[in-house]
Design a protein around this ligand. Structure first.
Ligand SMILES: C[S@@+](CC[C@H](N)C(=O)[O-])C[C@H]1O[C@@H](n2cnc3c(N)ncnc32)[C@H](O)[C@@H]1O
Length: 211
């Protein structure tokens, strides 16, 4: 990579995140720490800190930095949180969550993406992450309930297994809508009721339902 990744990362944080309202200092610190250029294919490394998603193979993408930051800030994990992520992809969002949470469980349905993410996260020393290759629609009941659940692919509805694996005060963030555009949505369980809050329009690859 010819550009200095630290300079590119600092510029990304200032221009793409802080200027657009990503203000949580813990989230900004995590973005400073995780080397995004190591999560994209070699031929895309020069663009790793640009303001758009990038291809990671298998018709999938690593999300735009701002979208990763917005989802993370909305999810609001703490050091004590147990987090479930659906859609590991490159593992970049997983690493950001691992910087901010106690433990992270992440599911990816494409075996090679899961394997590559596992290797990256291991080399970077993340010991609080467990990955598995499976359809994430069913969640990961073995370690439930989760304080936070993040779905990084688009769904028309919130999969019921995920709702039941969220603890009674938990937060779930998911892009809800059709295959082209969706609304990033926060569901906050609060004992007797559930609050739904629309965050912004977005465009994610679909959550695959049947395999
Ligand atoms: C936008 S990408 C995730 C990007 C990721 N957050 C990153 O930082 O690279 C969405 C991912 O969800 C995965 N996916 C789609 N449907 C899934 C399912 N039912 N179960 C698990 N993973 C799924 C896709 O294969 C893809 O890797």
């Amino acid at each position: 990579m010819k550009k200095d990744p630290e300079v590119s990362c600092a510029r990304m944080i200032e221009r793409q995140l802080e200027r657009r309202g990503i203000v949580d200092p813990r989230v900004l610190k995590a973005f400073r720490k995780v080397p995004r250029h190591l999560f994209v294919p070699k031929e895309c490394q020069e663009q790793a800190y640009e303001d758009y998603p990038l291809p990671i193979g298998f018709d999938q993408t690593i999300s735009q930095p701002y979208m990763v930051a917005l989802m993370t800030q909305t999810l609001a994990p703490t050091e004590a949180s147990k987090v479930l992520e659906i859609g590991t992809g490159s593992g970049y969002q997983t690493a950001i969550l691992a910087e901010l949470s106690g433990t992270v469980f992440s599911i990816e349905r494409i075996g090679e993406l899961s394997r590559q993410a596992e290797e990256r996260l291991r080399l970077l020393g993340y010991h609080n992450v467990s990955l598995k290759c499976e359809n994430g629609m069913r969640g990961w009941p073995q370690f439930s309930p989760y304080n936070h659940i993040l779905v990084t692919c688009a769904s028309r509805t919130i999969p019921l297994p995920l709702l039941s694996q969220l603890e009674s005060e938990g937060r779930l963030v998911i892009p809800l809508g059709g295959p082209v555009t969706q609304v990033l949505t926060l569901l906050h369980k609060q004992k007797e009721k559930m609050d739904l809050k629309e965050i912004c329009e977005c465009a994610f690859v679909p959550l695959v339902e049947d395999d």
